[in-house]
Design a protein around this ligand. Sequence first.
Ligand SMILES: Nc1nc2c(ncn2[C@@H]2O[C@H](COP(=O)(O)OP(=O)(O)OP(=O)(O)O)[C@@H](O)[C@H]2O)c(=O)[nH]1
Ligand SMILES: [Mg+2]
Length: 389
Amino acid sequence: MADSNFIDYVKILCRSGKGGAGSRHFYRAKYVPKGGPDGGDGGRGGHIILRGNSHQWTLLPLRYRRHVFAGNGQSGSGGRSFGKDGEDVILDVPCGTVVFDADTGEFLCEVTRDGEEVKLLRGGRGGLGNWHFKSATNRTPRYAQPGEPAIEKSVIMELKLLADVGLVGFPNAGKSTLLSALSAARPKIADYPFTTMEPQLGIVSYRDNRSFVMADIPGIIEGASEGRGLGLRFLRHIERNAVLLFLVPADADDIEAQYRTLVNELEQFNPQLADKPRILAVSKADMLDEELTAEIATTLPSDIPSVFISAVTGQGLSQLKDMLWEAITDDANRIEATPITHRPLDRQHRVREEDEFIFEQEPQQPEEDEEYMDEDDYSDLEWEYPAED
Ligand SMILES: Nc1nc2c(ncn2[C@@H]2O[C@H](COP(=O)(O)OP(=O)(O)OP(=O)(O)O)[C@@H](O)[C@H]2O)c(=O)[nH]1
Ligand SMILES: [Mg+2]
């Protein structure tokens, strides 16, 4: 994965801005002996905001960034001046980004729509200046609120591609060939396993100017849930798909057994995947004659709709598109309509080299000069402290 540009998992360190302190200033001017408290409020610390961007396809930019710090709020000052708010950081992320707490694995938030903004970390609120604390009993409050502290969190961002149909099959089943036959996507195709190393999306046009999105993901083999082959990490990209299209080549020894193996591996990854509508396509059907097709048809699993297809001759492709379209539009299975629950990240789904990434610890930004004065400083203000009662 290291030399790939498709980054779908990244760990970054985020820190919102600290709130600025409220000021403890007292008004002073010639001939105004008791100007009174006039310390202004501190500014708000910057937020860390995520924004969905449909032009972005991967989390690559974040991988080079790693540290995301928002600006601190400035302290308030005399004359009831407010401190300046800290600068917010807006991070553009691809639609479909899910964020987890890196330490606990807990789900934090997700961004699915273009332009959608989600506040990941809130900046600290600024403290109130002493002016607010003036009262009949205390006309010279010598205190002000400090700003709220910053929030620091290391988070894991995962990209779960948004597609309507997810292709599931062993290596060499013909997934990429099918995607290239149905869409303008041109994934690499070859007769060796694991040609596809990273997910690919293609837009399949359907009748009446309608279209849907299909995702080709790397092949799955038996034991993938224990990390064999490319493992299961790419399965996260079909978690959101409305329909799963299983592809088993016509020359497989036992089509049903291969299908069951795939289903089993998927369930190991996430039991929720079992609830998705599925369609079985027997690929490379051009290698079969009619007699053989009829014979194989009787051995196919009966609990799932199936179709014989060939990406080479085009056999069965329009029937397949009809079936997919029906399943996608059926009971509003579409992505927007089916919010998925994101379970906390579990150990098995984590990407070790990312998880073990250690951030360089940079010191927090130094405290800005605050308008704090020691009590002694008040003496040269000719300020008269009221008698304590
Ligand atoms: N005869 C025939 N061969 C096909 C068909 N579809 C794919 N193939 C061949 O099967 C081989 C594998 O095709 P791919 O599309 O790369 O398979 P894949 O499922 O994407 O494989 P991985 O990316 O390795 O998981 C290639 O040599 C294709 O030419 C088909 O419909 N008919
Ligand atoms: Mg492929």
